[in-house]
Design a protein around this ligand. Structure first.
Ligand code: ATP
Length: 507
């Protein structure tokens, strides 16, 4: 359970300089947010950690950085121009509009995932659902395309229409041939990308959870079609446990959040169909937990048949227990060869691969597409780090050192008698490697509290003994314990604490 609501989190993020409403001085712009001095650091650390885990730490994944605007045919081939739609409920009198799925779920308490327009219209009528603002009835549910349109070049005619990308994934398929021609990748392999995506959401809400401009971190993982059940890395995750909410549990409307299972058992019982899917779901859960998120706040939920995208053979969402319920954090779809086939058809280019052993060409399958929103991940790390410490009477934001915006704060005990000079020397030494903060104002207790609230894992205090014996006090944020450390050993101490993941008690 999270300690605070989403609105309280938004207020906290604003107060501390993590996230601001975009263009606030002009009244704000719904669905757009700006990351402040601390938020931009945390977001960058989060993205770097994702890239390291998913690209640098592996030998089978490479990255690309595609552009935001692509040839409109990319989005025709992918089906976005025709089908990237949400159903909208519009008030018959006032300008209020709602994403029909969320509105119906909220009012009925039941999932509306994959529900068709007719069924929604029936529920709206039967349950007499009306506009919460003016109490008037709704118009019939309508389809609304979420793509942001723009024009490229000086003319604003039909020919110049282009779209801001609604996902990063399609660029990976459009660049597939170039990546293959310039690397020596052999199946199975993945192509990763992170960057901005834009969706003209009908009703952006819940702070960063649903915005109109956001960032994604995605991998398309390609395999030989005959190898869906042949994942050479399965051993690494077979004992991994996670709460599983299967399609069967949802269809039977079982009153449960799911069942904790080992990946190996989920595969044996046929709950998860393919080894690769189990592997990627476990790896994604593990990534969050390795950076300090609470394992028990996650589950994987299988899409029921009616909500599956037309191209997906099987889809699981990694969900997180947000204060407003279990919600999608990441989608992991098995997209088969749908996208490559579509792009082959529309571009008339051959995107198959020659397989030496088979002596024939094969169109690879995307067996799993871990697709993660950066902003939703940001929220998860903030929620799981947030602790109101009653004894200390302040918030202690227990961010993992890898993610923390500021790693070390340095203070002179008092602002006189040589202490600021010594503290500055220590600060200058440490900030060569880490983002550090120097603070002289207020009592030491107040300075510790300020750092606790923004998640700084370590503070260094220079006092009069430092001038005599060359030691300083290092204070650990999470339990407020302290150690005396020689200044010449300080750098290596932080290497152990920040880079090598050693605990404060260990060093
Ligand atoms: P939802 O059902 O919540 O609208 P989706 O199924 O449309 O999400 P995908 O298309 O699978 O989402 O996108 C992959 C990921 O991108 C999501 O799991 C989420 O983390 C992120 N994402 C999608 N839409 C938004 C948004 N409007 N704001 C913030 N993040 C988003």
């Amino acid at each position: 359970m999270t300690e605070i609501t989403i609105d309280e989190m938004a207020a906290f993020c604003k107060r501390k300089g993590f996230v601001f409403t975009n263009s606030e001085i002009y009244g704000g712009m719904a669905g757009f947010f700006d990351y402040g001095p601390l938020g931009s650091e945390l977001k960058k650390n989060l993205k770097d950690a994702w890239w390291k885990y998913h690209v640098h730490d592996r030998t089978d994944v490479v990255g690309i950085d595609g552009s935001i605007i692509a040839h409109p045919k990319v989005w025709e081939a992918s089906g976005h121009v025709a089908n990237f739609e949400d159903l909208m409920l519009e008030c018959s009198k006032c300008p209020e509009k709602f994403k029909a799925e969320s509105f119906i779920e909220e009012k009925t308490g039941k999932s509306a995932d994959g529900m068709k327009a007719e069924e929604m219209n029936r529920i709206v009528k039967e349950q007499k659902l009306a506009c919460p603002k003016c109490k008037s009835h709704f118009k019939e549910v309508e389809e609304f395309n979420l793509m942001f349109k723009t024009n490229v070049g000086p003319k604003t005619d039909k020919e110049s229409v282009a779209y801001l990308r609604p996902e990063t994934a399609q660029l990976i398929f459009a660049d597939f041939k170039n990546v293959l021609d310039t690397t020596r990748l052999k199946l199975p392999f993945g192509i990763a990308q992170m960057g901005k995506a834009f969706r003209n959401e009908i009703a952006p809400r819940n702070f960063l959870f649903r915005c109109r401009e956001f960032e994604q971190m995605e991998i398309e993982y390609f395999i030989h079609p005959k190898d869906t059940n042949n994942c050479p890395y399965l051993d690494e995750v077979k004992d991994h446990e996670i709460l599983i909410y299967s399609a069967e549990m949802q269809v039977k409307e079982e009153k449960t959040d799911g069942k904790v299972m080992k990946m190996e058992d989920a595969l044996k019982k046929g709950v998860i169909k393919t080894q690769w899917h189990a592997y990627w779901l476990a790896m994604e859960h593990r990534w969050f937990v390795s950076l300090g998120a609470k394992a028990e706040n996650f589950r994987i939920r299988q899409h029921v048949d009616k909500e599956k995208s037309h191209y997906a053979l099987e889809t699981w969402d990694l969900e997180y227990k947000f204060p407003f319920g279990w919600k999608e954090l990441q989608g992991v779809a098995n997209r088969t060869d749908y996208d490559l086939q579509q792009h082959m058809k529309h571009s008339k280019q051959d995107l198959s691969i020659f397989i030496e052993e088979d002596k024939q060409r094969v169109v690879p399958h995307v067996v799993a597409e871990p697709s993660q929103g950066v902003d939703r991940a940001f929220l998860v790390f903030m929620f799981d780090a947030y602790n109101l410490d009653k004894e200390r009477e302040n918030v202690v934001l227990k961010l993992h050192p890898t993610l923390a915006p500021i790693k070390i704060a340095v203070f002179p005990l008092v602002n006189k008698e040589g202490l600021p000079e010594k503290a500055k020397q220590v600060f200058d030494m440490l900030r060569k490697e880490w983002n550090c903060f120097y603070d002289t104002s207020g009592s030491i207790g107040r300075r510790y509290a300020r750092q606790d609230e923004i998640g700084t894992p370590f503070c260094v205090t220079v006092d009069f003994d430092s001038l005599k014996d060359g030691t300083v006090t290092v204070r650990n944020r999470d339990d407020a314990t302290q150690k005396r450390v020689k200044i010449e050993k300080l750098f290596m101490t932080f290497v152990q604490l920040i880079f090598q993941g050693k605990s404060f008690a260990e060093v």
